[in-house]
Unconditional design. Structure first.
Length: 350
């Protein structure tokens, strides 16, 4: 969308300009760097961060997770995997796990609450794998407590299921747990991390785990068309983000907490969770979705300020919400300015 000068949205187009990204990537290479080296360096670095035997680049997280779930299913002779009802794999990816691999998704627990150990204990169907999404994006970026998570992983494993982490936002989740990435990843048999969400690469993902498991998933990467040559531009973007942004995740989370506190104290809108556990949270507005969208467009046209990329509907048609992920983008906005912008948005929408 033209006219955007500043944006509260992490993946706003003004922060995705090719010239700026290419300048960042140049710092990762020299004249003698070979095309395969950035990908190999990325895989080695993420395996080291996560404490796994191996890691493998995939062009998309969708492909990475389908591949590893296929391997878990084949190893166990089971076709179902479990997860929260709003698991990203099911909600956002057109059930590719079923259309391509013949797997079934078993939704576990309440759609609007975090998974409970009792929910998992009540599952009678044998599962090939259990998937945890940390944080749970569609619930507002919430995380289970460490004791609950370890208890659930142990329960799943005791029933013969693999434990898989949808860690697309693992970088953002780590400050809440205050534990090394390797300790968090060590709970699971396989881990996927995104290269473009919090660390602002262009695209791509990495799957990490045991050497045999990753090698088997690599067979499916080739079958699915993901063993692409010259993936170095995607790797360079990820390496730049690992250097510049991962060390700042606690800073981003702290600013999210400050924004949320100001918004909730004002009262015209409401943030959940309160306080945010990660740099991700949802802003709930007392206006219909279409009205909020129109008001957002007006703010861009008149002030050049973008508050959101997408507005979410609500079961209550008089309300809606949008997602905020704090990165360098949102550090440009003070809590007071965000409150004022939300007040103006609601007034316009009303």
């Amino acid at each position: 969308m033209t006219g955007i000068q500043r944006s509260l949205a992490l993946h706003a187009p003004i922060r995705r300009r090719p010239a700026a990204l290419l300048r960042e990537w140049l710092a990762q290479v020299d004249e003698d760097t070979l095309p395969e080296e950035p990908v190999a360096r990325l895989e080695e670095r993420i395996a080291g961060l996560l404490g796994t035997e191996a890691a493998l680049f995939f062009p998309t997280g969708t492909m990475a997770q389908q591949a590893v779930l296929h391997v878990h299913a084949e190893r166990r002779g089971r076709r179902a995997f479990g997860g929260h009802p709003q698991l990203h794999l099911d909600s956002w990816e057109l059930q590719g796990y079923n259309a391509v691999h013949g797997l079934r998704f078993h939704a576990i627990g309440d759609r609007h609450e975090l998974l409970r150990t009792a929910d998992l204990a009540a599952v009678a169907e044998p599962l090939a794998a259990m998937v945890w999404e940390l944080p749970q994006r569609d619930l507002g970026g919430v995380l289970p407590e460490w004791a609950d998570l370890t208890e659930q992983v142990a329960l799943a494993r005791s029933r013969g299921a693999a434990a898989h982490l949808d860690g697309a936002r693992l970088w953002e989740a780590q400050p809440y747990y205050g534990r090394p990435f390797a300790e968090i990843a060590g709970l699971f048999d396989s881990v996927y991390v995104s290269l473009y969400k919090g660390i602002q690469g262009t695209r791509g993902a990495v799957l990490a785990g045991g050497a045999d498991l990753v090698a088997e998933a690599g067979v499916w990467r080739r079958r699915l068309g993901g063993a692409i040559p010259d993936a170095w531009p995607l790797a360079l973007g990820a390496l730049a983000g690992l250097d510049a942004l991962v060390p700042r995740m606690a800073e981003f989370r702290d600013h999210a907490v400050a924004l949320a506190a100001a918004i909730n104290a004002d009262g015209v809108a409401r943030v959940f969770p309160d306080p945010p556990q990660t740099p991700l949270f949802h802003v709930h507005l007392p206006v219909p979705r279409a009205a909020a969208e129109r008001a957002g467009e007006q703010l861009i046209e008149e002030q050049g300020v973008q508050l959101f990329l997408r507005v979410r509907s609500s079961p209550d048609p008089s309300r809606c919400s949008f997602e905020v992920t704090v990165g360098e983008n949102a550090l440009e906005f003070s809590p007071g300015e965000v409150v004022a912008l939300l007040r103006e948005l609601v007034e316009r929408a009303g």
